[in-house]
Design a protein around this ligand. Sequence first.
Ligand code: PLP
Length: 335
Amino acid sequence: MPNCLDYARFLSRAAARRQPSAIREATQLFARSPPSTISFASGSPNASLFPFKEATITLKDDTTIQLDSSAMAKALQYLPTPGQADLLEWLRKLQIRYHSPIDFKRYELCVTNGSMEGLSKVFELLLNTTEPILVDSPCYSGSLDFLRGFGANIISVNTDSNGMNAEYLNNILSNWSDSNTLPRVLYTIPNGSNPTGASMSHERKKDIYTIAQKYNLLIIEDDPYYFLQFKKPDPSFLSMDTDGRVIRLDSMSKVLSAGMRLGFLTAPIPLWQKLVYHQQVTSMHASSLSQMVALKLLEKWGLSGFHQHTEQISKFYENQKVLMVNAIKKHLNGI
Ligand code: PLP
């Protein structure tokens, strides 16, 4: 059995206080009940009164996906907070296919309205205001804007062409003046970092993970560019997580569409549970309609179709890169 962390140590005061929302737990129960069940628990509207009946969506290859009336009724109704069960199952298979986590039983998934929503929830899960968080420097401005507004103490860790510099990280932590205020959280974008484009090598990730073990840090792996890489990305932090110290955020924004607002997070169960409690009383769940459209598409494609699609995307961006580099060489040479 791998190491077991004391997760209470990582929770913010707000997260530690969070309890299940009775009404959202009832929705979960209702979703698992026979179709004949009539629930008086939550204010679920009668789906037969919604003006939408069914939908056919034509894909770029001119095939279609169909939301018949029963799929449509589901797509318009409240969902259990972590997400549509079949979609979650599909995404679990996706994580196994790409990351083969060492002990996947200790993680759960939650679908989010894009990974930015997931990130904001994760930051609030782990930080109290004024507490430190280690981040890549330079770092994704969306996360920085959230953290500044939140009042976190942002500790910038230099990066190089391999991403976060492990030696620099080690120096910051070993020279920290007060062991009681040591950071507990590290946030990084391991592939195609925004804004530098740098990707972490496997060796670098191993070094960072070892430092995270030494100083008992949680790692937030924000990886929306995973599927856009020109060559197969090196193993993720999730895939090397022996201790359950990684929260991974994936996004469908660059792969299926940004406007669907679909992302998903993968977290050790004790942390996932607190995130779900937060989600229960904020957005309640990610858009049911987006989840249903994504599910129908992913079921039609299967994992191999999804993979093929991502290969086309990375090829497209690789060609764009070549065009841009050539244009720079031609027009900006000598400037
Ligand atoms: N994280 C990083 C590093 C990003 O660059 C972005 C968006 O560009 C996001 C998160 C947010 O993605 P989403 O559209 O899934 O919310």
